[in-house]
Design a protein around this ligand. Sequence first.
Ligand code: HEC
Ligand code: HEC
Length: 374
Amino acid sequence: MIPRDLAIFVAAAALGWACTPDADTGLDTTSETDTVADVEAASPLMERARVLFETVPAVPPELEGNPMTAVKVELGKKLYFEPRLSQSWLISCNTCHNLGLGGVDLMETSIGHGWQAGPRNAPTVLNSVYNLAQFWDGRAADLMEQAQGPVQAAVEMSSTPERTVATLKSIPDYVVMFGEAFPGEADPVTFANMARAIEAFEATLITPNSPFDRYLDGDDAALTEDENAGLALFMDSGCTACHGGILLGGSSYQRFGAVRNPGAELLPPEDRGRFNVTGNPNDEFAFKVPVLRNVELTAPYFHTGKVWELGESVAVMGEAQLGKDFTVEEVGKITSFLASLTGDQPEVDYPVLPVHTADTPQPDPWVGLGAGTH
Ligand code: HEC
Ligand code: HEC
């Protein structure tokens, strides 16, 4: 526990946030001296849990090669909510990763430009900074690389880097903000810098202080009896082989149907998952293990979005991944435990976006409809 706290402290100090709540991000980034973590485990169950899981830190991590200044985070927030990054002027990142809805769109698979359906369910952006890579198949290494995809994807925002840069350069307030966020650069308004700013904002979208985090920090009363029993079942059944760490997921690729094939509705043969990225036959039907943080908020479930009830997804997991048929009671307990993973949602003040000009490329909601993915 001590190294983690130290890391948080160092990160907070490096960000200059150790004592200053950040009005810009709307997040309270005041660092608290986390003494509870040093509290001795109240039970053997807590002791075991502390080995397998980690709490969500109270302050965002540092990003490699992308210093998180307050001005950059603020710019990234505006861009996250900016529908004019889309060809139609209707779709922003927040359309599909709605921060009022746990960072998802509550659709089976996302709907983007021209009401086109995308091929997969939208994962949450909350805590996504801790993923080993981005997307269900991990095809983007980090959030900076990821953010360039949806803007260009025909079924999502359907724009181009050229159109995006022309849009941003036509809006004087954005030119000023990019200059401040990327000081010393001759031409700061670039597609890559747009992605860097969005990444910096996304890194602030973390959800600490869930009942389960308080439990890990030593508060035995933070979980109800059912949640406690669910945690024990979650660990004893072997869910933790894939769902551990900070996110209870997001750290490996695993075959869906490791033990029993869940059937074509949940695992349609045309989406071969990680195999599409690596070409390695061992990766067929492997997907990035989804994070279970805030999972209660992020229905429907699985990459197909075919399951709406969290309990049903638990039952599917038992059968498909572990070859276990849980009783209704066991499913209920595990589901209760999963609900204890809902943390403090980031409070984001809706940003006022700068006014466009006569030079801004105008919305084009109808043309350019075609197939494609990001
Ligand atoms: C039309 C809906 C849509 C829009 C708009 C959209 N996304 Fe996504 N996003 C998705 C879907 C669907 C996926 C999963 C695709 C896949 O894995 O193949 C995804 C994946 C992601 C992921 C990966 C999360 C993970 O756990 O792997 C991040 C991060 C993300 N989007 C951020 C963004 C940002 C930033 C924007 C704006 C620049 C954006 N998205 C715009 C639908 C959308
Ligand atoms: C062998 C690895 C593995 C094990 C063991 C495992 N899971 Fe999963 N879990 C996955 C993968 C992979 C997915 C994504 C499947 C897909 O949609 O392609 C997933 C998806 C989920 C989801 C859906 C999340 C979402 O947002 O879509 C839940 C809930 C879940 N698992 C809970 C559990 C529980 C509870 C257990 C134990 C009973 C468990 N898992 C065991 C690998 C595993």
